[in-house]
Design a protein around this ligand. Sequence first.
Ligand SMILES: Cc1cc2nc3c(=O)[nH]c(=O)nc-3n(C[C@H](O)[C@H](O)[C@H](O)COP(=O)(O)OP(=O)(O)OC[C@H]3O[C@@H](n4cnc5c(N)ncnc54)[C@H](O)[C@@H]3O)c2cc1C
Length: 303
Amino acid sequence: MNQSILEFIKNTVSEQNVLLGEPMSRHTTFRTGGEAAIFVQVPSAQALEKLVRYFAKVSQEYFVVGKGSNLLVGDKGYQGVILNIGSGMSGIEVTGDRMIVEAGAPLPRVAAVAAENGLSGLEFAAGIPGSMGGAIVMNAGAYDGEMKQVVQSVTVLSREGEEMELDCETMEFGYRQSIIKNRPFVVTRVCLRLKRGNAEEIKAKGESFNAMRREKQPLEYPSAGSTFKRPEGYFAGKLIMDAGLRGFRIGGAQIAEKHCGFVINVGNATSADVRDVIQEAQERVKEQFGVLLEPEVIFLGDF
Ligand SMILES: Cc1cc2nc3c(=O)[nH]c(=O)nc-3n(C[C@H](O)[C@H](O)[C@H](O)COP(=O)(O)OP(=O)(O)OC[C@H]3O[C@@H](n4cnc5c(N)ncnc54)[C@H](O)[C@@H]3O)c2cc1C
């Protein structure tokens, strides 16, 4: 790593926010992944903009991480800079039926604030353990809800650090899909438009979704939630179960017995273990049913 780039980062975010050789297993919900050469805890939107502009100028590779809840980082780690958008950019503001939410705000917290303010539309998100930014990129969704339904606009930085406001249509939201999956924009904040409702009912709905999750999903193990996208006309978990892979294990990674759509870390899994279980499920399902399972999980770095 170029010393002057490191110096610039330290001067911009202060030294305590820069971690060198940081294990990504500490920052992913799979609890796997090797070291990031430089891991930056972004302290503010201003610092983020400064870094993005600078990285464009010096052609420094970087990758934005929120809660790491949909991320598989290779065991050999990532050689560039990780920009972690978290508590330094987690403001939530409520005005009438709108919420302005910074990208680092945890989604369950955003859903809770909406409920407290009698705003309906985010109940589905109460148990999705991502950040607001990650939820936008992935168009996170559950129980017939998705971010697309509540987004009014998204403020992003372009690769050059230029701020742009994208309306919901421009975001090209689809199933676990948005324009940002194909374009290197960084989400900085989001304007949500919700509906007025009864605070108690909104809270109860979110809680009932969470109870369903606890009943159906192996939440007691590290994972990234559903590992695969839902193939049209099928359920990934059912296909994997029917392929005889319930409980299938490589190293510390396993197809969950409770829900075959989840690959879980049952103890000391490596990212290669997780990847290999994913590949095995893909091959067996393709062989037996002719259906291609596409991972929902994002892969990063060297395996
Ligand atoms: C137990 C469990 C249950 C889950 N249930 C669901 C569910 O019901 N529905 C669902 O859709 N998902 C679910 N997920 C997956 C995950 O929580 C979501 O995809 C979430 O939106 C990811 O957010 P994140 O902040 O963790 O993103 P990360 O994993 O940190 O990143 C995911 C992608 O988003 C990008 N990204 C993150 N933040 C930004 C930003 N500010 N700007 C630009 N790019 C950014 C990253 O570069 C990466 O490409 C679940 C995961 C777990 C562990």
